[in-house]
Design a protein around this ligand. Structure first.
Ligand SMILES: [Zn+2]
Length: 253
């Protein structure tokens, strides 16, 4: 039989591998969906920033010791890789008058050692809500609603007093580590809690830097670690897996 003249329709075909979205993309889309349902707009900003937007306008002057909280990658041209998504708060306020509510998902960069819960680049979602008579109670209600919708169940959260130069008062929001259910594991550094976000009432100096009169308007701001949310949602114990490109890891999503 001449091989080339005969086509065997019973031979199984070659399987094509179908690609899919990265777990961080899935999480980003879920976050956007939840906040959009609560009336927030999704905004983006540049990853290369200058010192004004990344520090000064956020109430972190040059000689202020708080600047050491962010280990920064400086570029040769005097600019820097943004250390948080907060500069977009200022950029947005410059062009918009309150009331408004926005979230800013994006990549940020820190010059620090990596371990199971730290990377040199990761993702954050910034949130900003400014209006009349906005209080910390509004923040608590919104973030509790967000957690419940994101994890599909009631999750325990706690607020701890903290310090950030751009908010006053400031707090840290933790939630039960879902990898170990609060028993303690390497992800939560044996504490049973995962630090998910910093938040607080926007400092009057920050509103002023954005061209908004703090006598007329108040608001809250928060920054959520998107990688940590993803780690909690999918029970991943090492942040570095997201950036490893390891298909054995990625094919699970
Ligand atoms: Zn844990």
């Amino acid at each position: 039989m001449n091989k080339s003249s005969k086509f065997d329709v019973t031979v199984p075909g070659e399987k094509y591998e179908v690609g899919h979205l990265h777990p961080l993309t899935l999480v980003k889309r879920k976050i956007e969906e939840i906040f959009q349902a609560m009336g927030f707009s999704v905004i983006e900003g540049p990853e290369i920033e200058n010192e004004w937007y990344n520090f000064d306008a956020l109430n972190i002057p040059k000689e202020h010791p708080a600047r050491d909280l962010w280990d920064t990658f400086y570029l040769k041209n005097g600019k820097l890789l943004r250390t948080h998504t907060s500069p977009v708060q200022i950029r947005y306020m410059e062009k918009h008058q309150p009331p408004f509510r926005i979230i800013v998902p994006g990549r940020i960069f820190r010059h620090e050692a990596t371990d199971a819960s730290h990377e040199t680049n990761f993702y954050q979602v910034e949130g900003l809500m400014v209006g009349k008579d906005i209080s910390a109670a509004n923040f608590k209600a919104i973030i509790q609603e967000f957690f419940s919708r994101f994890f599909g169940k009631k999750v325990k959260a706690r607020l701890r007093p903290s310090f950030f130069p751009f908010t006053e008062p400031s707090f840290e929001v933790d939630m039960t580590c879902l990898v170990c259910q609060g028993k303690g594991c390497s992800t939560c550094l044996r504490t049973g809690w995962i630090e998910l976000m910093g938040a607080g009432m926007v400092h009057p100096n920050v509103l002023k830097a954005g061209g908004i009169n703090p006598k007329n308007w108040q608001g809250f701001a928060f920054g959520i670690g998107m990688d940590r949310l993803a780690m909690m949602k999918y029970k991943i114990n090492d942040i570095r897996l997201f950036y490893s490109g390891d298909l054995r890891f990625l094919k699970q999503f």
